[in-house]
Design a binder for this molecule. Structure first.
Ligand SMILES: *Cc1c(COP(=O)(O)O)cnc(C)c1O
Length: 455
C-alpha cells in the first residue's frame, strides 16, 4: 500500500477563533487618522454615526489587541469555518519544485469567498443597533452576494449598487443576490444624486466601485433606517477577516511548517490582510520571518504605482479622507475580469504596513493570472476566482524561482474564492479574447492631479 500523504490540515469547530486580531497596538508607528471631508479635521465617531452602528465605529478606531467575536456570529461561521488549509502537493509535483505550497481555501463559504466573514459580522452589529436596511456597492458581485446572504440570515433588507460593467456581464451573480432577497441596481443609477450627476455627463458610464460607493453611502446617509456596509478597505472589515490568518497559524503548526512567504491578492486589501496581519503580528514579536507579499493587477496598481496620501474613498467625495495608496478617486480602472481588484485606493492599514516596509507589493498581468489559475485548477481541481488568480501567479513565479535555486521555500497563499460565477471570464480567456493592460499612466496622472489638497 502507498503511504498516505497529508493534504488537509483541518481543525475542529471548537478552534474557530474566539476573538479577531487587531494589529494596530502592535504596529511600530501609528496610522494617520481619517479626516472629515468638509473640515479636514480628524474624524469623530459622531461623524460616522449616520451610516455605521456604534460598535463598528468603535472597532474602526480600536486599539485593543483582541476583539471578541459575538457568539451568534461565531455560530454562523461554524457552517464553513475553520476553513481548510490544503497542501498543494499535486501542483508542487506538476511544477517540479522543491517549494512547499499551502493554501487557505475561503471558497468553502456559502457565498464562495472570504467576504462572508465580515458580511455576517456587519449585518449582526447593525441588527443589534436596530437597523433594518443595509445599502452597499459591489464590483464583481462577491460582496453583494455575501451581504445579501448575511441580511437574509438576520431578516434585513439589502440594497446593492452593482458596477454597470459587472451588472451586464454577470447575470448569475445578480440572480444569486436576488435569490437571497437583495435588490440590485446597476450603478451609476438614476436613484441617487451622485448617480444622476455621472449619468448626465457620461450616459454610457461603465461604472466603478468609487461611483457605486457614493451611491450606497448617499442612500444610507439620507435614511435613518438604512446603514452602509463596505466589503473591504476599512479597519473593521480587515479585522473581521483575521479569522483566516489566526486559523492558518494553527493549521501550519499542525503541518509542522512555517511559511517563508505569505501571499494574497489585493483589491481593497481585506483577504490579504486577513491572512497576512496575524502573521505580521507574529513577525513583529520575532516569531516569524515570513516575507509578506501583496499582489495587485497591472491595470489598477494602487500599491506599486499609486501615491501614499489622503484621498477620498469614492468618486462623489462623500466619504472621509483616508491616507492610503491611491490612483486618484477619479480613476476608472480598465475593465479587467478581476472585478474585485478594480478599486482606485487600498486599505489604509495595508497601505501603512507597505509604507513601513513590513509588506511588499508586486503587480501581475491579467493573462499571467489566468494562465496561473488554469494551471492551479488542473492540479488542484478548484477553479479560482479571477481575483485569486493574481495571488497564484506570484505563487507560481516563486515556486519556479525556488526550483531554479534548487532550494525549498514554504509558500502560503489565500485562495480567496472560487470562480464558478466567473465562467464568462474563463470562456473569454480560452477564446483568446483577454488582453494584458499596460499600466494606464496618463489616466492615473490625470486622476492624481485631482487629489484633495491635504498635506
Ligand atoms: C472581493 C474579492 C477580492 C478582493 O477584495 P479584497 O478586499 O482585496 O480581498 C479578492 N478575491 C475575492 C474572491 C473577492 O471576492
Amino acid at each position: 500500500m502507498l503511504p498516505m500523504e497529508t493534504l488537509q490540515y483541518n481543525l475542529p469547530q471548537s478552534h474557530i477563533p474566539a476573538a479577531w486580531y487587531n494589529i494596530v497596538p502592535d504596529l511600530p508607528a501609528p496610522m494617520a487618522p481619517p479626516l472629515h471631508p468638509g473640515t479636514l479635521q480628524p474624524l469623530t465617531p459622531d461623524d460616522l454615526a449616520p451610516i455605521f452602528p456604534r460598535a463598528l465605529i468603535e472597532q474602526e478606531a480600536s486599539t485593543a489587541r483582541e476583539i471578541e467575536i459575538p457568539g451568534e456570529v461565531r455560530q454562523i461561521y461554524a457552517q464553513w469555518r475553520p476553513a481548510p488549509l490544503i497542501r498543494a502537493r499535486r501542483l508542487e509535483k506538476a511544477l517540479d519544485t522543491p517549494a512547499r505550497i499551502y493554501y487557505k481555501y475561503e471558497g468553502v463559504s456559502p457565498a464562495g469567498s472570504h467576504k462572508l466573514n465580515t458580511a455576517v459580522a456587519q449585518a449582526w452589529y447593525n441588527k443589534q443597533a436596530g437597523i433594518t436596511h443595509l445599502s452597499t456597492e459591489t464590483g464583481a458581485g462577491q460582496w453583494g452576494s455575501a451581504l445579501s446572504m448575511a441580511c437574509a440570515f438576520f431578516g434585513m433588507e439589502c440594497r446593492v449598487f452593482m458596477v454597470r460593467v459587472s451588472y451586464d456581464m454577470k447575470p448569475y451573480r445578480r440572480a444569486l443576490m436576488e435569490a437571497f432577497g437583495g435588490s440590485v441596481v446597476a450603478s451609476p443609477s438614476p436613484l441617487t444624486d451622485s448617480g444622476r450627476a455621472i449619468l448626465a455627463e457620461h450616459p454610457d458610464s461603465r461604472g466603478s466601485l468609487g461611483i457605486a460607493i457614493s451611491e450606497a453611502v448617499e442612500v444610507a446617509a439620507k435614511d435613518p433606517q438604512t446603514n452602509y456596509a463596505l466589503g473591504s478597505v476599512l479597519n473593521h472589515v480587515l479585522l473581521h477577516q483575521t479569522v483566516i490568518g489566526l486559523e492558518a497559524i494553527e493549521q501550519m503548526a499542525l503541518a509542522g511548517d512555517e511559511p517563508d512567504v505569505v501571499i494574497g491578492c489585493t483589491g481593497g486589501g481585506s483577504n490579504f490582510a486577513g491572512l497576512a496581519l496575524p502573521y505580521l503580528g507574529r513577525k513583529l514579536k520575532g516569531k516569524s520571518q515570513a516575507r509578506i507579499v501583496a499582489v495587485e493587477p497591472n491595470a489598477c496598481p494602487s500599491l506599486t504605482k499609486g501615491r501614499f496620501t489622503y484621498d477620498f474613498g469614492d468618486t462623489a467625495h462623500l466619504t472621509p479622507l483616508v491616507k492610503m495608496h491611491t490612483l486618484g478617486s477619479a480613476f476608472i480602472p480598465p475593465g479587467i475580469h478581476a472585478g474585485g481588484l478594480r478599486y482606485h485606493g487600498m486599505a489604509p492599514l495595508v497601505s501603512h504596513v507597505v509604507n513601513l516596509g513590513l509588506a511588499e507589493a508586486v503587480p501581475a498581468q491579467q493573462l499571467d493570472a489566468f494562465a496561473a489559475g488554469v494551471r492551479f485548477a488542473r492540479s488542484e481541481g478548484i477553479l479560482p476566482a479571477p481575483e485569486s488568480n493574481h495571488a497564484i501567479a506570484e505563487v507560481l513565479r516563486q515556486a519556479l524561482e525556488a526550483r531554479a535555486e534548487g532550494k525549498p521555500r514554504v509558500l502560503l497563499f489565500n485562495l480567496s474564492g472560487h470562480g464558478h460565477f466567473d465562467m464568462q471570464s474563463y470562456i473569454d480567456y480560452h477564446a483568446g479574447k483577454l488582453q494584458n493592460y499596460d499600466y494606464p499612466e496618463e489616466e492615473i496622472a490625470m486622476a492624481l492631479a485631482g487629489l484633495p489638497p491635504v498635506g
